[in-house]
Ligand binder design. Sequence first.
Ligand code: AP5
Ligand code: ZN
Length: 213
Amino acid sequence: MNIMLFGAPGAGKGTQAKFLIEKYGIPQISTGDILRSAIADGTKMGLEAKKYMDEGKLVPDSTIIGIIRDRLAEEDCKKGFILDGFPRTLAQAEALEELMKEMSISLDKVISLNVPDEMIVGRITGRRVCKSCGASFHVEFNPSKEEGKCDFCGGELITRKDDTAETVEKRLGEYHSQTAPLFDFYKGKGVLAELDGTKDVAEVTKDIVSILG
Ligand code: AP5
Ligand code: ZN
């Protein structure tokens, strides 16, 4: 099964992906996680991307498309994948169509998690992420079982550098101008399913599973 989670920053894509990995046995492909790990490794690509990410801007399409091309070619993607945070521009969506055509595969479902902007700032500023596996928690709405420790791998929970109120506003701006138009792109392809992303985490998971089967 090849699926994509679509929605604004903080809509809950990463949170839901962690449950879907276990449920369907397919990997999550998060371009944000891949970029953060390149930054941690100090690679040239990571250092270049960091400038954009710290400012809440999108990283150039050519970098992102290269990342996805390499990742989709890996063995574990043959059984399916969960795209999280990609594509984010029309050029990325078109490049993905080309890549999938070459691989003779297609997207089975694009799940849009709908959350209004007013809720996004609170979600992102209260987020804590696992340093080891990237899982997201929230100090109030989705706390880890043990304070400061990841439920999935026991890793340390930290605050992402770009999770400030100021950067969130910029990321939301990028989302509305560059990413939101993809909603119609996928609607036109007949693969889009819309969900209320304001429900609690477990309810959203249930709604996704009822769509995917
Ligand atoms: P990325 O890492 O993708 O960040 P983002 O888009 O800002 O999305 P998030 O990961 O922050 O949101 P999410 O929907 O996964 O929310 P989460 O589940 O954590 O990208 C970072 C940067 O990298 C970008 O700004 C850009 O520079 C660059 N980049 C990445 N991909 C790119 C691309 N394709 N093209 C160009 N540039 C790219 O949830 C958020 C919070 O809410 C958490 O605290 C969580 O616990 C809580 N929460 C989740 N669900 C619920 C719920 N149902 N109820 C209450 N709280 C909830
Ligand atoms: Zn973890």
